[in-house]
Write a protein that binds this ligand. Structure first.
Ligand code: COA
Ligand code: AMP
Length: 629
């Protein structure tokens, strides 16, 4: 039997033994004696008698082991022309001070802290400082508008918000502090304090009673030690889009998360401890949590924090420059980033000047790695390119080529095989497993392995209803796909109203709610249509109220601004088309799938439940007419 198969079977048949063995890789204050035990609600909880601290594992432990002089963090910011390195000792000391600052503001174990910061070392320090105190961080991506931040502040109820005066994008400086001020104004819950990191690119005003200057507070802070927590205590909440307008606060615990990430650093990535791991993402996403901050540091290697883009900072050679300059061993980003590079440098001229000999493999996730991008990146770099599939909810790869266990043959378009611990099945509408090559719901047979979410913050019913109730005994991923005769997994896209724009997960339901609030709109639908660069882009179709005679172009602009102001620029909502009617089923359900097929120019089937079959052809004609204008 080959190594992957052996390890996979052991994780299935001796799950407790397997994961307790993995837990031994970590330095616990009290090592767990129990592996998985369901709680009173029947949810799997891992290592419930283990006592530990995630910041200890990420920093102090390595210092104790004599590895303090190794580089923990490299900060490379083409946007500010800055490069900085922090050893494990330096990072630990800085984090201990940030923790001391938070403690002086009254933050203790179990309290929430919202972090709305750009890609600066202080953002990483802020997350680790919360972990050090046993406080629960909730990082909000900087591309979200104040309304989204307000929703998260109201839900998480943080004692303190940590922010910076500004974030940087290509050729623009975005004031973050005014966005935070507006969010707090909109939120019914008011955090006690806001700590502001002043950046010289755009300093901001400080609210005298509420705001605190980061540097001044750190100058007065005393270092704080690691606070022991239970493995099952929450480490963070990370909000992600669901099918309704309200984002879901995915809860991550401390112990299972640390064990899973440590395991993944070798099993998935085969990352050497003396190498440099670069997840070119953002700390606001799960990829940033797991593989900019916690995974590499728990593993004891160097992590790279990049404040820039794949292109235009300054050119499409940016990724290759960073890899060569910092001897990156594993590069991880979203396919959209490589499509952006390919678009600007199809012949790979910008790769030539750089020595990529340290680079072992390039990993991609966030969306399906389309075979064309796979072929381009493989042939241009001559590197191993690995597609792996995961979600905010799982925190680490559900399926991957398990490089550290056994390198499996590649099938372009497939995320390869389930990682040990994940039992993936493809189910039909009735919850029955289908045969190979038949598409269905991609579901995970419970128990879920360590690292996966145990609940949704403040709304356990939503966790049960959204993931566990559809098929009893399974977690439903929301993705559709199939397995081939060798068990290779092909993830083909979402089965629900979630779309994926440039590797960012967005809810079309939320956009529809925003469009629906416009007083000219009678009803609307938002679908994700194919886009060469970003994978998908939202397209809004609106039906006007009878009495409304409005200029279509003006309405479109108003709707675009509304979505941008309410969700944020990352939604990339740039098209809203007025249509006569929306195709529906006889029970009144909008046929979003058919609409998407029409908008993508695909052949569309006429569902048997359709109310009026001519509505599809009518829409197709209208969209063709609009596009040709
Ligand atoms: N703060 C504020 N605004 C932000 C932001 C941030 N952190 N990140 C993005 N934005 C803004 C951008 O400036 C842009 O605004 P605009 O409409 O005024 O131009 C908008 O949000 C859309 O951004 P983006 O989707 O990133 O488009 P882009 O054209 O700037 O860049 C890519 C396209 C493909 C280069 C970029 O999306 C990318 O690098 N993606 C990688 C994906 C990724 O990291 N995914 C995470 C999972 S691995
Ligand atoms: P997020 O929670 O933001 O990481 O988004 C998770 C979703 O992105 C998944 O449910 C998939 O729809 C999609 N996704 C992530 N990685 C992949 C992949 N490798 N292949 C296909 N889809 C992916």
């Amino acid at each position: 039997m080959f190594s992957y198969e052996r390890e996979f079977i052991r994780a299935q048949t001796d799950s407790d033994g397997f994961w307790l063995d993995q837990a031994k890789q970590l330095d616990w204050f009290h090592a767990p004696t129990v592996a998985m035990q369901p709680d009173r609600l029947g949810i799997e909880r891992w290592f419930s008698d283990g006592v530990m601290n995630t910041c200890w594992l990420a920093l102090d432990y390595h210092c104790e082991q004599g590895r303090g002089e190794r580089t923990a963090l490299i900060y490379d910011s083409p946007l500010t022309a800055t490069k900085q390195r922090f050893t494990y000792l330096q990072l630990r000391d800085q984090v201990a001070l940030v923790a001391g600052m938070l403690a002086s503001l009254g933050v203790k174990k179990g309290d929430r802290v919202v972090i709305y910061m750009p890609m600066v070392p202080e953002a990483v320090m802020a997350m680790l400082a919360c972990a050090r105190l046993g406080a629960i961080h909730s990082v909000v991506f900087g591309g979200f508008a104040p309304n989204e931040l307000a929703i998260r502040i109201e839900d998480a109820k943080p004692k303190v918000v940590l922010t910076a005066s500004c974030g940087l994008e290509v050729n623009k400086v975005i004031g973050y502090k005014p966005l935070v001020d507006r969010a707090i104004l909109e939120s019914r819950y008011k955090p006690a304090k806001v700590v502001v990191l002043q950046r010289k690119e755009k300093p901001c005003d400080i609210h005298p009673q509420r705001d605190i200057d980061w540097h001044q507070a750190i100058a007065k802070a005393l270092p704080h030690a690691c606070v022991p927590v239970l493995a099952t205590d929450p480490l963070y909440i990370l909000y992600t889009s669901g099918t309704t307008g309200k984002p879901k606060g995915v809860v991550r615990d401390n112990g299972g998360h640390a064990v899973a990430l440590k395991y993944s650093m070798t099993a998935v990535y085969n990352q050497p401890q003396d190498g440099v791991f670069w997840a070119a993402s953002d700390v606001g996403w799960v990829v940033g949590h797991s593989y900019i901050v916690y995974g590499p540091l728990i593993h004891g290697c160097t992590t790279l924090l990049y404040e820039g883009k794949p292109v235009k900072t300054p050119d499409p050679g940016a990724f290759w420059r960073v890899c060569a300059e910092h001897q990156v061993t594993i590069l991880f980003s979203a396919p959209t980033a490589f499509r952006a590079i390919k678009k600007e440098d199809p012949q790979g001229h910008y790769i030539q000047p750089y020595d990529l000999s340290a680079l072992n493999s390039i990993f991609m996730a966030g969306e399906r790695l389309d075979p064309a991008t796979y072929e381009w990146v493989s042939s241009m770099t001559n590197k191993r390119v690995v597609d792996h599939w995961w979600q905010t909810e799982t925190g680490w790869a559900i399926a991957s080529n398990p490089l550290g266990i056994e390198e499996l043959p590649v099938k372009p378009g497939s995320a390869t095989q389930p990682m040990p611990g994940f039992n993936v099945e493809i189910l039909n509408e009735q919850g029955v497993a289908v045969t190979s090559h038949v598409q269905g719901y991609v579901a995970l047979k419970r128990p879920l392995p360590p690292g996966c979410l145990p609940t949704i913050w403040g709304n356990h019913e939503r966790f049960e209803a959204g993931y566990l109730q559809q098929f009893p005994g399974y977690y439903v991923s929301g993705d559709g796909g199939y397995r081939d005769e060798q068990g290779y997994l092909f993830i083909m896209g979402r089965m629900d109203d979630v779309i994926n724009v440039a590797g960012h997960r967005l809810s079309t339901g939320e956009m529809e709610a925003i469009l629906g609030e416009h007083n000219a709109v009678a009803e609307c639908a938002v679908v994700g249509v194919h886009d060469e660069l970003k994978g998908q882009l939202p397209l809004g179709l609106v039906v006007l109220k009878d009495s409304m005679a409005l200029d279509d172009a003006q309405l479109e602009q108003e709707l675009i601004s509304r979505v941008r102001d309410t969700i944020g620029p990352l939604a990339c909502f740039k098209r809203a088309i007025v249509v006569k009617r929306l195709p529906k089923t006889r029970s009144g359900k909008i046929l979003r799938r058919s609409i998407r097929q029409i908008a993508d120019g695909e052949e569309y089937a006429i569902p048997s439940t359709i109310d009026d079959p001519t509505s599809l052809d009518e829409l197709a004609m209208q969209l063709t007419h609009t596009q040709s204008k």
